[in-house]
Design a protein around this ligand. Structure first.
Ligand code: SF4
Ligand code: SF4
Length: 132
């Protein structure tokens, strides 16, 4: 019973914090196509309104210090958001490096402070999570 009462290792609070700042969310060609279709835009319109160029390729633009698609702490393109957004916080770097995981715990209130890196890795392998 004690285990059932334990705070889950990850439960998104939908605070929108992971969508703030300049995260450099890269967008692949297929993700750009999905975004454009979802927003009923041409690829050119998507590019000019919502993407910026970077040395690594196109990435999501920011507006007022947050992703251009963040509105009221919710993602306006949730069904088609880029892979990195869907995977957060179970990103390869966090699964691999305990120090990066600890830093993420400071930034993401959805990660239980008592969660060990091993628990996080096991949850990541299990695959199930949702984010804002
Ligand atoms: S696409 Fe959605 S989930 Fe990804 S950073 Fe932007 S608002 Fe957040
Ligand atoms: S994943 Fe974390 S930082 Fe992002 S919205 Fe959920 S609780 Fe907030």
């Amino acid at each position: 019973m004690g285990e059932n009462n334990k705070q889950p290792a990850f439960a998104c609070r939908q605070c929108g914090e992971c969508c703030c700042g300049d995260k450099g969310i890269l967008v692949t060609p297929s993700e750009a196509e999905a975004l454009a279709a979802f927003l009923r835009l041409t690829l050119e319109e998507l590019q000019s309104r919502f993407l910026i160029d970077s040395p690594l390729g196109p990435q999501l633009a920011t507006l007022n210090g947050a992703c251009v698609f963040l509105a009221d702490n919710r993602c306006r393109v949730h069904p088609v958001k880029p892979r990195i957004c869907r995977e957060w916080p179970f990103l390869p770097a966090l699964l691999k490096h305990a120090d990066e995981f600890e830093a993420a715990k400071e930034a993401c209130p959805g990660l239980a402070q008592g969660c060990s890196h091993e628990e996080f890795r096991l949850l990541g392998k299990a695959g199930g999570h949702t984010i804002a």
